[in-house]
Design a protein around this ligand. Structure first.
Ligand SMILES: [Zn+2]
Length: 311
């Protein structure tokens, strides 16, 4: 099996420790399994993404000793790993599903969607729908002026996957309630469609990412199966959270790689810290990424079956 993984940041800011945690563990696992790494830049949200950050992302990864095999700027066998260049692929899927009646325009306002969604768990990104626009007639659709989002007509089905760190995960997707958006009202492709399509098209075999994305996985598997792609193996890594249980985000000062560099923290100190959080080493010590790859087995990371790790 040709192992292929991806690290897929959005260029919305500088990389921070939470990003590097995922990037490093993905790199460590992939290199120890002789696989290839795709650096995929997810820049579809035009309002939040800036091209300038792409070079910072690459520089920070290089500085830490994390390398990759495919990157934006080159068209590889499976295409270029830059989502803004892949929009025709997502549009083609949308047109195909429009034609076959597998998606429908949803004209609901944000307020309405908010009212009908069952209170999602804290931090959960999935909200539920009631199927309202699934049954609009063409006349009714024509009478509406709001720009619609596009929802997939989900059929009742059970989705299961064996997470590398969290064992068997399963969820029943329900008609109407789980009809999720594949294109947003502003015309941008929705995260679930872009990510699932790219993982499938780029023959990604293993997906490592934060446990906050575990609920999204059921929807992405639904899309992958619909597009006849092989479903990757998923490993959802614990989220790094601060003492108050708040996850590290780009908004938190002091934890970007840029800031750590300025504070004279070395790459070896950062890698050592990541391995310590992962439970691979019992005492904090600086170590280079390459040395860690040669000497510490990924299997030594004993803490990865948690959903969060307090740092
Ligand atoms: Zn609607």
């Amino acid at each position: 099996m040709n192992i292929r993984t991806r690290f897929a940041p959005s260029p919305t800011g500088y990389l921070h420790l939470g990003n590097i945690w995922v990037a490093f563990l993905n790199w460590l696992w992939t290199r120890q399994h002789k696989g290839k790494i795709v650096l995929r830049i997810e820049d579809i949200d035009e309002t939040r993404c800036h091209k300038n950050y792409i070079s910072f992302i690459k520089n920070d990864l290089e500085w830490l000793g994390i390398d990759w095999d495919e990157e934006p700027g080159t068209c590889y066998f499976y295409g270029e790993p830059l989502q803004s260049k892949r929009i025709p692929i997502y549009e083609e899927i949308k047109q195909r599903w429009q034609h076959s009646g597998e998606i429908y325009p949803c004209f609901c306002s944000r307020t309405r969607l908010h009212q009908i969604s069952s209170a999602p768990h804290k931090g959960e990104t999935i909200t539920y729908y009631d199927g309202h626009c699934r049954y609009l007639s063409q006349e009714e659709q024509k009478a509406l002026t709001k720009k619609p989002s596009w929802r997939l007509k989900v059929e009742n089905t059970s989705i299961e996957f064996n997470d590398l760190f969290h064992h068997l995960q399963s969820k029943n997707l329900e008609r109407e309630k789980d009809d999720f958006a594949i294109f947003r009202a502003d015309g941008a492709v929705a995260y679930q469609l872009a990510t699932a399509t790219d993982d499938g098209a780029m023959k990604i075999t293993h997906v490592f990412r934060g446990s906050d994305l575990l609920p999204s996985t059921f929807y992405q598997i639904y899309i992958l199966k619909k597009l006849n792609y092989t479903v990757p193996v998923y490993g959802h890594l614990p989220l790094l959270v601060d003492k108050d249980g708040i996850r590290l985000s780009k908004r938190q000062k002091g934890l970007t790689i840029q800031e750590l560099k300025q504070n004279h923290i070395s790459p070896e100190q950062i890698i050592g810290q990541l391995l310590y959080w992962a439970g691979a080493i019992s005492h904090l010590e600086p170590i280079s990424a390459q040395k860690a790859c040669n000497e510490i087995s990924f299997n030594e990371c004993k803490n990865l079956n948690h959903m969060t790790i307090s740092i």
